[in-house]
Design a protein around this ligand. Structure first.
Ligand code: SAM
Length: 278
């Protein structure tokens, strides 16, 4: 019998994934969680029916969410990741040897299951430079006394516990926990299916920070491929990154200094979305 995962995005659009095997499913305190073996994309983590990471293309998303802000900063030492319990973003951050990471993930079961079933991602969370806090990122940025060079918001879609991670109140908290020269980046969904969300986040970040940009990449397993990240900075301009990779050859499969620049070049339809007239 054939097994298919039907990923329903809108009333008119769904993606069908052929599955070799369901490896694990459970209902956590926050969401439905599954790890499956797909036919074409390797293993995948599914939360509330939506694909979060696949073994085949996770490197694109994780390299782009981590290295664009990290190479923009001249000397990043303290990085906060909100969400990201799969470990992929932390794995990329740890390629910068001087960095300590705090990971604030609301759902401990995501961390535990990714360590077990997706170790090439989850293992990074065992590194001694990583401190894990199981908590709501929204509360964390309101309360912590710690200050960071970089905050990376690696959230799930704006439903359930992640809804507040796309609000201006939350970005005010992020601004508060950033040092005077800090910067943040957030995954901000599809420029085709989430236009209002993207233009709203961009407007909020422009209001709060002196510098705000959106950059674009392609993650084949995410809805319609195109994917956006929103970067806001108190001082450093990502169009003039402070550093270039001097890391071992082979450390990156997607990120290069040229791609760093190219990712900020937006097609007119995305520029229109950012102006709020899509
Ligand atoms: N790369 C992914 C994507 O764009 O689909 C994101 C993956 S990562 C698994 C997202 C994580 O954010 C989930 O593990 C989820 O539990 C976590 N999360 C959601 N809301 C949160 C909140 N309020 N505070 C902290 N973590 C949260």
């Amino acid at each position: 019998m054939e097994l298919w995962l039907i990923e329903e995005h809108t009333p008119g659009y769904s993606v069908n994934w052929k599955i070799k095997q369901t490896i694990h499913t459970e209902k956590t305190a926050f969401q439905h969680l599954a790890v499956v073996e797909t036919v074409d994309f390797g293993r995948a983590l599914i939360l509330d029916g939506i694909v979060q990471v696949t073994q085949t293309d996770e490197f694109i998303y994780h390299e782009m969410i981590a290295h664009v802000p990290l190479f923009t900063h001249p000397n990043p030492q303290n990085v906060l990741v909100i969400g990201g319990g799969d470990g992929g973003t932390v794995r990329e951050i740890l390629k910068h040897p001087q960095v300590q990471v705090d990971l604030v993930e609301i759902d401990a079961r995501v961390i535990e299951n990714c360590r077990r079933f997706l170790p090439e991602l989850g293992q990074a969370l065992e590194d001694p430079r990583v401190q894990i806090v199981v908590a709501d990122g929204i509360e964390y940025v309101k309360q912590t006394e710690k200050r960071y060079d970089i905050v990376i918001i690696d959230s799930s879609d704006p439903i359930g516990p992640a809804t507040g991670l796309f609000s201006q109140e939350f970005y005010q908290g992020v601004y508060r926990v950033l040092k005077a020269d800090g910067l943040m980046v957030a995954q901000t969904e599809s420029p085709i299916f989430n236009k209002e969300l993207l233009s709203g986040v961009y407007a909020d970040l422009q209001e709060l920070f002196p510098l705000a940009y959106v950059y674009l990449t392609c993650v084949p397993s995410y809805i319609a491929g195109f994917w956006t990240f929103s970067l806001a900075s108190k001082k450093y301009d990502p169009l003039q990154p402070a550093r270039k990779p001097s890391l071992a050859e082979g450390a990156f499969r997607y990120y290069t200094p040229e791609i760093h620049h190219a990712t900020f070049v937006l097609p007119p339809f995305v520029q229109k979305v950012l102006k709020g007239n899509s």
